[in-house]
Design a protein around this ligand. Structure first.
Ligand code: G4P
Length: 286
């Protein structure tokens, strides 16, 4: 379990982070937002669009290796249609990262042209990376920066909380100052983040969570579920389906009662480890 699962958001922290990002936006050329491709709605910060205004914006659909490729393509189309560049990436292996620099240059074509006009060709583009915890922001920075050390120069935008990295001569990357929060007052968002393991499920009832996940899987990916658990049918009641999983896995308690608690934990674990297959739980509006 990583530390991000223990993060608490407080109004004071959130206001400070918001102020820091608002201040930083002024000195950068574009924002790269990392989201989880399996839940591209729930893994976004609800206030980001308002904070960054009309800065060029690139979305990395990260963990694309675990997401349903056709739905990821639909998300790319959706984001493009609202003026946001989007690319699928796997920051664990680095797959797709090679598209990042060209995507930034395309998004900032006007800026680059004006640099050339003003005789400032070669001035590095400055991009800020943002993302709620656990989307893979650190993995992205590690992959894109490689062995380049963090900058420590004394200039505007370089403070203790602002970490600049050199990607290459043409591109500099800034890690977000502060920690961004999800839309945690929305139950569905909370559930989806818990399914992926982005927030702790210790405060949520494992069986309830698994039953909610089962409902979604039965709706969108019934075949995968059937294959993984060797099922031939589903029941109408979510609890009956959980009992079915327990029976199929031989998870029984004394008195031949299905151990639904264990089955629930197993389902969540297998979903998080991508054992059921590549699954996306949120689709763009038609
Ligand atoms: P953060 O900075 O946004 O909080 O996220 P971080 O990079 O720490 O990544 C969170 C978890 O997601 C890590 O797993 C990381 O390996 C995994 N991850 C990041 N990007 C990808 C991706 O594109 N594909 C897949 N499959 N996983 C990704 P962990 O279990 O916390 O650590 P570990 O397994 O790396 O030890």
């Amino acid at each position: 379990m990583d530390n991000t699962q223990n993060i608490q958001w407080f109004p004071g922290h959130m206001a400070k982070t918001k102020r820091q990002i608002e201040g930083t936006v002024k000195i950068i050329d574009a924002v790269v937002e990392i989201v989880d491709a399996r839940i591209p709605i729930s893994s976004r910060n609800p206030d980001l669009m308002g904070i960054i205004g009309n800065k060029p914006h690139i979305i990395l659909l990260n963990k694309a290796d675990m997401a349903d490729q056709s739905v990821t393509n639909a998300w790319i189309k959706h984001f493009n249609s609202i003026g946001i560049s989007a690319i699928p990436v796997d920051c664990k292996t680095g797959k797709g990262i090679n598209l990042f620099k060209d995507t930034v240059k395309t998004a900032l074509a006007d800026k680059l042209a004006s640099y050339r006009q003003k005789g400032m060709a070669g001035k590095p583009l400055r991009v800020m990376a943002v993302g709620i915890p656990n989307v893979g922001k650190s993995s992205f920075i590690n992959k894109i920066v490689g062995n380049n050390r963090a900058k420590v120069e004394n200039r505007p935008g370089v403070t203790r909380s602002n970490q600049w990295f050199t990607v290459d001569r043409e591109l500099e990357l800034l890690d977000t100052p502060g920690v961004l929060w999800p839309k945690f007052d929305d139950n569905t968002v909370g559930e989806h983040l818990a399914f992926t393991g982005a927030v702790t499920d210790r405060i949520l009832d494992t069986e309830l969570l698994a039953m909610r996940l089962l409902e979604l899987l039965i709706k969108f990916y019934p075949q995968m579920l059937m294959e993984r658990f060797k099922l031939t049918e589903f029941y109408d009641e979510p609890y009956d389906n959980l009992c079915l999983l327990a029976k199929k896995r031989g998870m029984m308690m004394r008195g031949a009662e299905p151990d639904t608690e264990r089955a629930a934990a197993k389902l969540l674990e297998e979903f998080r480890n991508c054992k059921l297959g590549r699954i996306t739980l949120e689709v763009p509006d038609a």
